[in-house]
Ligand binder design. Structure first.
Ligand code: MRU
Length: 355
């Protein structure tokens, strides 16, 4: 894949500015933690796995400012920095899971010098970056088994290279299937209000020469009823222990429609998107974003200025509506609560590289 969404380059985090796509391709170089916080908040970098990597890089950027040799002050600075990065967006658990990994490294090495701890944190952030690349390709290969020759599939938002380091979760399934020589079509829902489907998914699928058709969100039911959708593949921002899944707003509507039309819904997400501390989707914090994302698009007003707006950025799909969850450990099927636990317990001890 030629798309490098986020990369550590010469002491900076280089990201593709996704707010500008598809009309402009531009990199931003985040030089400090404030730039990174802002990039995450404003969706210059977005998608759960990508913001997990961005959070780890954000910590490295912030730590550059700490110059003293007082350990107590260092840890105080470090934890404040992690809290600050964690305040950028609430729903995607990858962000918090990756901050936890950074904290674990800092905690385990309390007796080392500050220079050593900084070095170990640097290594951990790079490991997080490299693991995302590997894990996405594994998920893609598992998920590709579900793609049939000459059938059409549907996706929502962007769960592609742009939502990860460089390959994608749901779209990674399509990339792996294409590599295996399969021919198929993809319907991309435009994904109001910020149009990640229209702007980002179609951009990267076309770049990869995958047969892609853009539809408005409210056309999904019609396309399903016409028998044009073999299965739906989406990413996730947080998956609870029972399989309930938070993803981009509109995923739940697709899930209900899919059930009605007898179409399977597959969630594609790495272990780092699971929140096994929570029992169900009811405990997932849902980000609410500003009204102007609904009343305007790129400064063009599309609704009366003073209309009341409700803008939840994510919804939760009940596990009963999900056919299976594709992970880097394999495909998890219902009963989810039991099988999620079993899959991660078994595989973690078998393969320590993937966390
Ligand atoms: O608000 P966004 O664009 O960050 O929302 C992204 C999504 O909902 C994705 O589907 C999800 O993060 C999975 S990305 C592999």
């Amino acid at each position: 894949m030629a798309i490098e969404t986020i990369k550590w380059v010469n002491g900076c985090a280089r990201i593709i500015d996704q707010r500008k796509l598809p009309t402009e391709f531009k990199y931003i170089f985040c030089r400090d933690e404030k730039m990174m916080w802002h990039a995450i908040k404003t969706l210059a970098v977005r998608g759960a796995p990508a913001i997990g990597v961005a959070a780890a890089f954000g910590v490295l950027l912030g730590l550059k400012k700490f110059k003293g040799s007082d350990k107590y002050k260092f840890y105080k600075f470090f934890y404040k920095l992690c809290d600050y990065i964690g305040s950028s967006r609430p729903t995607a658990v990858n962000l918090f899971n990756m901050l936890d990994r950074m904290k674990e490294v800092a905690e385990k090495n309390r007796d080392r010098s500050i220079a050593d701890i900084k070095e170990l944190l640097h290594k951990e952030a790079i490991a997080i970056y490299n693991e995302d690349r590997k894990v996405c390709r594994r998920m893609g290969d598992f998920g590709a088994q579900l793609i049939q020759q000459n059938k059409s599939y549907m996706t929502v938002c962007n769960a592609g290279a742009l939502a990860t380091v460089d390959y994608g979760t749901a779209l990674g399934v399509f990339y792996s299937a294409k590599k295996q020589g399969k021919k198929f079509k993809v319907f991309s829902c435009e994904t109001r209000p910020l149009l990640q489907g229209a702007r980002l998914t179609t951009w990267e699928l076309l770049k990869e020469k995958i047969n892609t058709t853009l539809i408005c969100d409210n056309m999904a039911a019609t396309v399903m009823r016409q028998g044009k959708v073999k299965a739906i593949f989406t990413g996730a921002d947080r998956i609870a222990s029972n399989g309930d899944t938070a993803n981009k707003i509109g995923t739940y509507s697709l899930a209900v429609l899919a059930k009605h039309h007898g179409i399977p819904l597959y969630i594609v997400a790495p272990r780092s998107t699971f929140d096994l501390k929570i029992k169900s989707g009811r405990q997932i914090p849902i980000e609410e974003r500003s009204a102007d994302e609904v009343t305007h698009f790129r400064n063009v007003q599309t609704a009366p200025q003073d209309v009341k707006v409700y803008n939840p950025a994510f919804d939760v799909t009940d596990h009963s509506l999900i056919t299976a969850i594709v992970t880097e450990y394999g495909i998890i099927r219902p009963p989810f609560e039991k099988n999620i636990k079993k899959t991660f317990r078994r595989r973690i001890s078998e393969n320590q590289i993937i966390r």
